[in-house]
Design a protein around this ligand. Structure first.
Ligand code: ZN
Length: 235
């Protein structure tokens, strides 16, 4: 393999840039999806609180109506009580009025509790609505940021891919086929810089013979992991 280390080092740098840009491009839609999920969560919560409020209001209305009906009955019985002539009838009416008045007192407590709960729920609903607005605005911000970033990233990626194909023209023959096979399988990890006499891909030491070739600024294949190893300019 007689490929200059400088070419491999350049290719490695370009492949790392390509991976980074592709990663950033892939993260954009994920960020949008996450913001969408947060908005949906806020909307679901708002819907749930609104349902609770509707339910509590209906329950309060129904209990208030029940209380009014019972008050009407009590009023009617009190009228009958005033004109009652029979002792037994009088007592029965008094008992009936006492029982219904007691039932209405219980109902009145329940209504008060419900009205308190309605107030609390109303407050929660306001907060839930605010949260929906916050998440809606967040989604719009994320969408806009991702869209504008996407244009920059795509332009940058196109530039890097152009640079890559230009650099790859320096490769030929069997090395080129091997390089392409490795890139397809490992991406930027197909190449590794020499690090203190070791392949930085798998951390195994290289033989003196391979190190000699690396010193001559040639690239070698790591016998352990198969990566193309090169000695970096600054190494
Ligand atoms: Zn290795």
């Amino acid at each position: 393999m007689n490929i200059a280390a400088s070419i491999i080092q350049t290719l490695h740098r370009i492949h790392r840039q390509k991976t980074d840009l592709e990663g950033q491009l892939a993260r954009g839609p994920k960020a949008v999806a996450a913001a969408q999920a947060q908005l949906k969560h806020a909307m679901d919560h708002f819907q749930m609180v609104r349902d609770q409020l509707t339910h509590a209001k209906m329950e309060a209305d129904s209990k208030q109506l029940q209380m009014l009906e019972r008050e009407g009955k009590i009023h009617k019985w009190e009228g009958m009580l005033n004109v009652s002539k029979e002792n037994r009838e009088y007592q029965a009416l008094k008992d009936q009025i006492a029982a219904d008045a007691q039932a209405n007192a219980v109902l009145s407590d329940e209504i008060l509790e419900l009205l308190e709960r309605i107030d609390d729920t109303q407050e929660q609903l306001g907060k839930a609505e605010q949260q929906v607005a916050v998440q809606r605005e967040n989604l719009a911000t994320v969408e806009q940021r991702v869209a504008s970033r996407r244009e920059i990233l795509k332009t940058e990626l196109a530039r890097v891919l152009g640079e890559l194909s230009q650099e790859e023209q320096k490769l030929s023959g069997e090395f080129k086929r091997e390089y392409e096979r490795l890139i397809a399988a490992m991406g930027e990890d197909a190449m590794a810089e020499l690090d203190d006499n070791c392949c930085s891909g798998c951390c195994k030491s290289l033989t003196p013979m391979l190190l000699d070739r690396l010193l001559m600024k040639m690239s070698v294949t790591c016998p352990s992991c198969g990566r193309i190893v090169y000695k970096g300019e600054s190494a």
